[in-house]
Design a protein around this ligand. Structure first.
Ligand code: ARG
Length: 465
């Protein structure tokens, strides 16, 4: 039997392999809510324009609502022979309301239909991601305020560089998440135009009202070019790029958690809630969740890559290649959603070892810059010279196997006679972080102020939502 949706000119049914490669229902059934919403908007518009009768439209809309609840309750059997969600829904509509179902497809095509459905789906995903990232930010801000005074080593090249506060470190990720959210919002703005009514590729001869369907589906306006409307998947690419960048941020944070919780480093502990044991080594506490966040980034970047490759050689307008836009993207969005939630959980769970952090912050002559700055400030030395003098003091400390603040004043004065005991005061890690009061710097007061500012911003957003 040929396909009853498009099989008019076909005498034979498709080969089993043809059906297998062509079928997309396993993936696009996840678009059912969007597909039905778009069909309802289309049917109502057709009636309002006098293209179908209002009685037919009423039956179509009621039938679509029945299908929505059937699928929602899991009581719908998707048929592979019907290829995709569009034809599964339309075929069921025929069973429910009879021949009037066949009028729904007037002045549209699966090409504008799928473009519309997927835009709606990606828009929903963006909104969910935004909410998840806001919760991630709230968790970070919470912990940042709690640890505004907790001193930890700051690293460059993964070498102890200068003391920072743990709160400051956490707020760095709040900033990243804010830009991530901004990228999703930018993508949403450009995405939010309706392809519906572009039909197969050329528009339609029926007097449709594309503004009406666009408005009914929450789009800002209809897309202006029918060829473009059915052809481009840049909205998926853009959202996947935002997702990939977000995933990279989360992955870097996850990597830090892996490093911090290593017994070799021991700056942070995760509880039983976010670690696993080893089946052979009883002492182990593995940061699996962090590792998996790091790994899931691969799926997101992979999906972006895959779709870029699918799209790069396609002429206008719709090509079946584009059916491959959904599986990877959906998988990537699910991976990102899980990664954001897992990171939020870990942020709330992690416990820094403040004592160990403080000791580690002072290791490796981490306050050497503070001494150089003191020489500049107090002795009016040019920074280059101060750097050199401090370098000699660090060398002396290393030779005597002493931390910087334990080098006797006399030994320092042998290198630079004008150094006074006042200089020793800047060498503690506490004094070091407290002195970093420049805008955006790590001083505890700065961190508190920034964290409070973020609280207000996030609260206001929530109130507005
Ligand atoms: N399943 C298709 C997709 O996801 C729907 C569009 C089919 N259009 C067509 N002309 N065969 O892309």
């Amino acid at each position: 039997m040929s396909n009853k949706m498009w099989g008019g000119r076909f005498g034979e049914s498709p080969d089993a392999i043809m059906e297998e490669i062509n079928v997309s229902i396993d993936v696009d059934q996840h678009l059912y809510a969007q597909d039905i919403a778009a069909s309802k908007a289309h049917a109502s518009m057709l009636a309002a324009q006098g293209i179908i009768t209002s009685n037919d439209a009423k039956n179509i809309v009621a039938g679509l609502d029945t299908i929505l609840s059937e699928i929602g309750k899991g009581g719908f059997t998707f048929k592979r022979a019907l290829e995709d969600i569009h034809m599964n829904v339309e075929s069921r509509l025929g069973e429910l309301i009879g021949p009037a179902a066949g009028r729904l497809h007037t002045a549209r095509s699966r090409n504008d239909q799928v473009a519309t459905d997927f835009r709606l789906y990606v828009r929903d995903t963006i909104d969910q991601t935004d909410r998840a990232l806001a919760s991630f930010q709230r968790a970070l801000v919470d912990r940042a305020l709690e640890h505004a005074d907790t001193v930890m080593p700051g690293f460059t090249h993964l070498q102890t560089a200068q003391p920072v506060t743990f709160g400051h470190h956490l707020l760095a990720y709040v900033e990243m998440a804010a830009r991530d959210r901004g990228r999703f919002q930018d993508a949403r703005k450009r995405l939010n135009e309706s392809p519906l009514g572009a039909a197969a590729l050329a528009g339609t001869s029926f007097p449709i009202n594309r503004n009406a369907t666009a408005a009914a589906l929450g789009f800002d306006r209809p897309m202006a070019n029918s060829l473009d409307a059915v052809s481009d998947r840049d909205f998926v690419l853009e959202t996947l790029s935002a997702a990939a960048i977000t995933a990279v941020h989360l992955s870097r944070f996850a990597e830090e958690i892996v490093i911090w919780t290593s017994p070799l480093v021991g700056l942070v502990k995760l509880s039983d809630k976010f670690t696993t044991g080893s089946s052979i080594m009883p002492q182990k506490r593995n940061p699996d969740a962090a590792e998996l966040v790091r790994a899931k980034t691969g799926r997101v970047i992979g999906a972006l890559n895959a779709l870029l490759i699918v799209m790069k050689g396609l002429p206008l307008a719709y090509q079946k290649d584009m059916q491959e836009d959904k599986a990877g993207a959906m998988e990537a969005f699910a991976a990102l959603s899980l990664a954001v939630r897992a990171m939020t959980g870990m942020v709330l769970d992690l416990e820094p070892d403040a004592a160990r952090m403080k000791v580690a912050a002072g290791e490796g002559y981490a306050t050497a810059t503070d001494l150089a700055d003191w020489l500049v400030r107090t002795l009016k030395m040019p920074f280059r010279e101060a750097h050199h003098v401090t370098g000699r003091i660090v060398a002396k400390a290393a030779e005597d196997n002493l931390p910087l603040h334990k080098v006797p004043l006399a030994a320092m004065q042998a290198i630079e006679p004008r150094i006074t005991s006042e200089a020793l005061e800047v060498l503690s890690v506490q004094a070091s972080v407290e002195s970093r009061t420049s805008y955006g710097g790590t001083a505890p007061d700065n961190v508190r102020e920034q964290a409070k500012g973020w609280f207000k911003r996030l609260e206001k957003e929530e109130g507005a939502a």
